[in-house]
Design a protein around this ligand. Sequence first.
Ligand code: FAD
Length: 343
Amino acid sequence: MPRVVVVGASFAGLYAAKGLRRVADVVLIDASDEWEFTPGVHEVLGGRRKAETILTSFHDALPGVEFVKGVAVAAHEREVHVECDGERKRVPYDHLIVCVGCAYARPIKAQLASLDRRAQLAGAQRELGDASSVLVVGGGAVGVEVAGELAANHTVTLTARESELVRDLPEAARRYALEALRSKNVRVKLNGEEERGSFDARVACYGARPRTGWLATFVDRDARGFVRVDDRFRTSMKNVWAAGDCVAKDADQYLAAYAHFEGEYVALMVASEILGKAPPGAYVPPARIVALALGPDDGVLCYGRVVVLKGRAVPWVKALVERWVVRLWPLPYELFRRLPALA
Ligand SMILES: Cc1cc2nc3c(=O)[nH]c(=O)nc-3n(C[C@H](O)[C@H](O)[C@H](O)COP(=O)(O)OP(=O)(O)OC[C@H]3O[C@@H](n4cnc5c(N)ncnc54)[C@H](O)[C@@H]3O)c2cc1C
């Protein structure tokens, strides 16, 4: 069978590997042997969950897929070079799928070389637990979720450069989020208003950067380093594909759900090449579904440009989605792309 190497075992890479394991020998490479459910990080930071509850070993979830723990450091036409425990390993491929996502400030995301993410998250949890006042920097979904979570036990200030929070959400959701945070006594400072107070702790919730430096001379990337792909997630190199947060795409598509759909779609594309079948039609992003948590007992759920749910039920919806996704149960792209968008 042809050999498919997938670099990055998270929303995009895991679903790509899952979709291909019956038609190819799939090798999955990741710096960590545990999949971190990033949408749950704010709950760990707030002390509501232990670090291990958002880390899942994927060995059992994907029988038939070979796993290599290591950091991909270079790609060539037929092989990827991976640093494994100080040794450089060459991993040959017929098709390469790059799903390496974005780096983010710690403690929100692990450094690739970080040996013990559990300890890192537990340390951040302790540090925040000891803090009384916390400055959260960043007015996107991550900053808002972290601020909402910490507000129960801390005096929280949230600063953002923008004039509004969660600008990619519909107007009604933006308003709801702002009011919810204010009702929890979060001091929200917009427009880059300078924050002069002193704080016991600071959480940076901005600055995602694609982890694609190792691909610099191999595939075309945009000025910020996102991999350029066509409407079928082909890169500039033959037989090399990319999906998820590491690709250049519309700003509102850097979400787990899209990473998953793209991973699944790439698997369809690669499978069609392997089996000599007609490829699927060009990728069409399904309608945007976002559940924004605003603390343990509040949130807002948007479908397209419409707010479909507010309040207590939203964290439950998020929890349900998590249980589904970490088991790699199906969320078929073909079904979701047919759902009507609500304007
Ligand atoms: C705090 C937080 C909360 C979020 N909440 C939500 C939410 O509620 N809903 C939502 O839809 N989205 C949410 N997102 C966004 C979502 O997490 C991302 O869109 C999603 O993780 C992207 O998936 P991915 O597979 O493309 O990349 P990632 O999840 O970033 O995974 C990339 C993988 O590649 C590995 N990797 C990277 N480089 C290398 C290398 N060189 N060698 C080997 N392995 C490598 C990494 O270890 C990692 O496992 C959140 C993001 C953050 C940071």
